[in-house]
Structures are given as structure tokens and as C-alpha cells.
Design a protein around this ligand. Sequence first.
Ligand code: PLP
Length: 424
Amino acid sequence: MLSKRDKKIIWHPFTQEHTAGLPLAISRAKGSYLYDEHGKAYLDLISSWWVNLHGHGNEQIAKSIFEQAMQLEHVIFAGFTHAPAVELCEALKKCLPAMLERFFFSDNGSTCVEAALKMAYQYWHNLEGKASRNLFLCFDGGYHGDTFGAMSAGRSHFHGKFEQLFFKSIAIPFPATFENDHDVESKEQNALDALDEQLTKFGEQAAAIIVESLVQGASGMRMCRPSFLKAVIEKVRQYGILVIFDEVMTGFGRTGTLFALDQVDAVPDFLCLSKGITGGFLPLALTVTTNQIYSAFWSDQWDKAFAHGHSYTANPLACRAAITSLQLLLGSETQVAITAINVAHKAGLKYLAQRTGAAKNFRVLGTIAAFEIENISPNFKATCLNEGMLIRPLGNAVYLLPPYSTTALELKDSYEKLSKIITY
Ligand SMILES: *Cc1c(COP(=O)(O)O)cnc(C)c1O
């Protein structure tokens, strides 16, 4: 049995191997479903860790990868280029605010965040000839990846034990909100007051602020209002602090618009993209920035260059997958599907609210729905799997973040199953 052979040899991510039991062996996937060794189907309600966009096994993406592989599978990206990289950036540029016009490739969410943090830091160094701004601002509950820079600029409870090794960052409270939240204004005011206090003390020392725009993913799909983000940006800009939007999770339609920044009346200096970028087929990431940042690295001196890069930078197969995925995403069929998912979420949460008192703090943004369950059962995930649903709560937070191939009927069915699983 594959699961048992795995257990003998493989070490899995985010897993306590001793208590985890056997991993589920998936032998194939199509559309919104995964199929295990025995043919049992699971509706992939978390888009396989937030990466899948159009459903599994999308034939157009698969075909474009095959064709690219026959042409050019990979080439070093320092001093070289290729059509898939250029075409992808040209296509994305058309979808972004005009100021975001310079694209730096890497290959996962953590590395595109690392690139943004390092660029922000070196920007000040290049301008002033010394390390003048040595800290970052971030948010309570922020998650930006598991590498050291990303951990330092985050506040994930997964990372506490590494704290002694982190660079300095200062966290601002995050005013997480939900439907019928009567305290949202006071929470936002409290966060802005805390920000003011830190800016007065450290405003001249902060290189940048990093934020998961509109939705904090890993800390439990915690949402804030666009007007709050705008207010934060206005305040930090008064100190010249650069703004990094981490849209690794929120990008590519998840929040109902192409990017979450489309709902915030402000443009960041850096935009971090990964996860859904290839439709969930291959690892790829981009750090997008402005010409103002780029020009600070433009010099006769090599020392001012950005000395950073990864082996698989701008992998042509991944770029080609991303181009096809973006075309699908911009098509009217996908846009209709995104709206339908949003409508189904709203109806589903209402249905749940009427049937259980244990679920609370309901919230929806685009294709993301979430709520909390008091005293969630440790068996919750296993029960959902039994019922043919892949759902992975984050602490007490249950969320649905389905691929855009998921139908309103499939979601209705899932909410009905959930209402039976949450029995109190
Ligand atoms: C997942 C995630 C990351 C890290 O991406 P990896 O590809 O797992 O390294 C960074 N930021 C956000 C907001 C994420 O959700």
C-alpha cells in the first residue's frame, strides 16, 4: 500500500508524523475532485492548499505545458530570457495598476516575499549608502511563509521557537471582522492608534510594512475592510515607508476581483504573487514593483544590483502554465463561476447559521467563506474526509476556498453536509 511505503520514508510538511496516521494516497484528480487509491472521491474545498484555480487536470494548461516542454523546458535566467517569461509579464502588466511595471521571478510564496523584503531593505541602502532603515512593520496574525525573512516579518504561532534568530519587526493589531460585527470601527481605531504610536517612535527606521491584503490566510481567513488598509497606507507613507502587499493567497480572483488590491484605493510598492499563478500546476512566483524602486538599483556599480536569484527562476513551463491560466481566469466563464461561488457561499453560511449555534463570525469575500466553531472536534477534518470533502480547519476557523470549477450545487451539498457534522 502506497500510504505505508510513504510512512516509512517521507517527512511531510506541517505534520506531527507520530500522531498523523497514514497520508491519503491520491491517484488522480479531475475538476474539483481528488480520487484516492480506492476510487473514493473528495471535493477539494481548499484548492489543494490554495493553489488550484480552474480545477484539477485542466487540459488547456496541461497541453500548453507539454508544448512548451517540447520547445524549451528550462534555461538559466541571468543574462538569458525566453518568450513565456516576457509574455506572462506583459499579460499581467495589463491587469495591474500602471505603476506596478517591473517583474522579478522566483518560485514560491516565501521566496517572492523574501525578494520584496530584501528589495525594500536594499532600496534604502542604495539611496543612502548605508543601512538606514533596519526594521519592518507587520500585522498580528500575519503569515508570509516559512523561510527566515518571511517568518521574521510574520506573526505566526508556528514560528515562535525561532524568534531569537529573527530580524526586528513591529506588529500592529489586525482588526479582523465579519458579518454583523458591531465592534469593527473600534477595532480599526485601536489598530490605527497603535500604528500611530509605533510610527512616532520608529517611523524613520522602518523600511517597509507588509500585509496580506484584505484576508490573512494562515491565521484563519481573517478579513479586514479595504478602507482600513487605505488608512494604514496613508499613515505609513507620511514616513516614506514602503508598502508590500502579500497576495500569494488572495491573488488571481480569490477575493472576487483579480487582485485584492483592486478593492483597495491605493497602490503598493511591491506585490507578491504565487500559489494560484499557474492554476496550481507548477511552482512559480513574482515580486512586482515600481520603476521608482527599480531605478534605485540601476547603477554603474555592481554593488547596487539585486544579488538574489533561484535556480528555477522563471521556469518556462511554469510561465507557460501561468499564461494559459490567466487567459482562462479572464474569460467570461470563469468570471461567472467566481460570482456563482460567492452567491453560493452567502446562501450556505445563512443556511448554517440557521441550523447550528456553534458556528459564528461568518464572513465571505469573493470565493472565500469562513467561520469559527467553538470547541471544534479534533476529528472534524477526518469526518469531512469521510463525507467526501477536503476541508482543513485552521485552529477553530473552518473555511471553504474552492477551485472555480466548483458548482453552486456542489457547494450547497457541502454546506448541508457541514450542518450535519456540526451537530451542536
Ligand atoms: C502560503 C503563503 C505564503 C508562502 O507561500 P509558500 O509557497 O508556501 O512558500 C506567503 N504568503 C501568504 C499570504 C501565503 O498564504
